[in-house]
Write a protein that binds this ligand. Structure first.
Ligand SMILES: [Zn+2]
Length: 320
């Protein structure tokens, strides 16, 4: 009998969100992307909150949790914010971090400013249908139960129906308590299902294709605070300190953070000392940049064609 506490797929900041954040600091994002950034960032905040609530309420060790699943089935792609496999059910969660007063009238979802938006219930129905199709191909017999969770404390829905798939933040404790009561140790078939889902979700579009056009020469150069995004950093002999938020970091770590931002935004460009010198706006000498690079990267090529590649053991990514 297998009893394990497993989060099979950890929540991690979506690459697209990281890239848009990095770009937003160094260029003026087009309106559409700026909106998208704000939506993604709000959504991610909601998922972090759900993750922590799940951890505190799900008291048993009998669940498999998969966060942030992008699945492609035929020509259709779906996104599942969180999925929990219990002994007898697959639970799907669509997490909405909406704020303010909304109305759910005749399946028309409306903001307090009178703007109609796609009903989360309809969206969930589509996701669930596609997901069912996928697992049915695998002869899975687990029932699927799906919910839209409104995770924001400052969200209110007028005319909500009792039979809607909606869950509200104050109901979450009770929801998880009832799951705890019904759950039994997991078997090999549960783990098998989780593995299949993981295998299935590697087909997502690369984030670069969803970004606006940008070029190295157009982006703002200089040191950027990893904590608040300010460019107002002061270097002393050992540390770099942000004048806006007080965040302090060793000079080496600051250089490596800049290197990670650069390689994240320009994954195909060669990483050289000169390019980092320019990226940092001349804030560090080339000698210092070379020294910092040598702690995490190895040099390849000679003289003018020399560039840096990541050492294998260094797995610290800016996005994680
Ligand atoms: Zn700062």
């Amino acid at each position: 009998m297998e009893v394990e506490t497993i989060i099979i797929k950890q929540l991690h900041k979506p690459d697209l969100l990281t890239a848009l954040e990095l770009l937003d600091r160094r260029m003026t994002l087009p309106y559409r992307e700026k909106q998208h950034l704000s939506t993604l960032s709000k959504g991610f905040e909601g998922e972090i909150l759900f993750d922590s609530l799940m951890e505190s309420y799900l008291n048993s060790e009998q669940y498999l949790v998969l966060n942030d699943l992008s699945l492609v089935i035929g020509n259709t792609s779906i996104q599942i914010d969180s999925l929990i496999i219990t002994s007898d059910t697959i639970l799907l969660y669509e997490i909405k971090n909406y704020e303010g007063n909304y109305t759910d009238q005749a399946s028309q979802f409306r903001t307090e400013y009178g703007q109609d938006i796609v009903s989360p219930a309809d969206q969930l129905k589509r996701t669930t249908t596609v997901f069912k199709k996928l697992v049915n191909q695998w002869d899975s017999t687990f029932p699927i139960v799906s919910h839209v969770l409104f995770i924001n404390n400052h969200f209110f829905l007028y005319e909500a129906k009792k039979d809607s798939p909606f869950l509200f933040l104050p109901q979450l404790n009770g929801h998880f308590t009832s799951i705890n009561r019904k759950s039994f140790p997991l078997k090999a078939r549960h783990h098998h299902l989780a593995d299949r889902l993981l295998n299935e979700c590697e087909k997502e579009l690369p984030y670069q294709r969803k970004l606006p056009y940008y070029a190295f020469k157009d982006l703002k150069k200089g040191l950027c605070c990893s904590s608040c995004g300010s460019f107002d950093l002061k270097n002393s002999t050992k540390v770099s300190r942000c004048s806006s938020c007080g965040y302090t970091i060793s000079l080496n770590a600051q250089i490596l953070a800049e290197v990670r931002s650069f390689t994240f935004l320009f994954p195909k460009e060669q990483l050289t000392c000169n390019v980092m010198y320019e990226w940092c706006g001349g804030a560090f000498s080339k000698r210092r940049i070379r020294a910092a690079l040598s702690t995490a990267y190895t040099v390849e090529g000679f003289a003018k064609s020399s560039h840096y590649v990541k050492k294998l053991e260094e797995g610290n990514d800016v996005s994680r």
